[in-house]
Write a protein that binds this ligand. Structure first.
Ligand code: AP5
Length: 207
């Protein structure tokens, strides 16, 4: 299965990807996680990305496209992948389409997790994660006692507002391209984690 998870910041892409890839036996490839790892390592790419990410701006296409197209050629992605956070702009969608065509592959599905803007800020500012990358929420999904958690630098109200602007302005325009191909699945992202997982499985026909 070659698929994409898309949606506004805090829609639950990372949370759902972690639950779904276990069944599908494909890697979860998150552009945000890869960029945060590069920032932590202090690589040249990471230093450049950090400036954009902190402010809730998109990292330039040239940086992200190269990173993801390289990642999906790794052996663990030979039978499929779940992309999370990529593509996020029309040029990124075009680059992915061209790379897949060249390799002779088709995308099976793109799942849009829909959550209204007024619920997003609470999700984003309340998010915490642990050293292993598990995602929690101070109210909706608290970390187990004794697990230490941190807050992402871009999970401020200000950066979240900017990320929503970027989502509506730059990412939503990729959706008609996939809708025309007949592979866009819209899923309601409001409900318990299990309810949302079940809706995604149903949309993918894998329940
Ligand atoms: P990225 O890491 O991709 O962030 P994002 O798209 O803004 O998405 P999030 O990780 O914030 O949210 P999510 O949908 O994964 O939600 P989660 O499951 O954590 O990108 C970060 C930055 O990197 C970008 O701003 C940009 O600068 C850069 N970048 C990345 N990719 C790029 C690209 N392709 N091009 C250019 N730049 C790029 O859940 C959120 C919270 O809600 C959690 O606390 C969770 O516990 C809670 N929650 C989840 N589901 C539910 C539910 N059903 N009910 C209640 N709470 C829930």
């Amino acid at each position: 299965m070659r698929m994409i998870l898309v949606g506004p910041p805090g829609a639950g892409k990372g949370t759902q990807a972690a639950r779904l890839v276990q069944n599908f036996r494909i890697p979860h490839i998150s552009s945000g996680d890869m960029l945060r790892a590069a920032v932590k390592e202090g690589t040249e790419l990471g230093q450049e990305a950090d400036r954009y990410m902190k402010a809730g701006k998109l990292v330039p296409d040239a940086v992200v496209i190269g990173m993801i197209l390289d990642r999906i050629t790794k052996p663990d992605a030979a039978n499929g992948f779940m992309l999370d956070g990529f593509p996020r702009t029309v040029p990124q969608a075009e680059a992915l389409d061209a790379a897949l065509k060249k390799a002779g592959f088709d995308l099976d599905a793109i799942v849009l997790i829909e959550v209204a803007d007024d619920l997003i800020k609470e999700r984003v500012t309340g998010r915490r994660s642990d050293a292993a990358g598990n995602i929690y929420h101070i109210k909706n999904n608290p970390a187990p006692a004794g697990v230490s958690v941190v807050q992402r630098k871009d999970d401020t109200e200000e950066a979240c507002t900017e990320r929503l602007v970027k989502y509506h302005g730059e990412t939503e325009p990729i959706l008609p391209f996939y809708e025309k191909k007949g592979i866009l699945k819209r899923v309601n992202g409001v409900g318990s984690l299990d309810e949302v997982s079940a809706r995604i499985r149903k949309a993918l026909g894998t329940h």
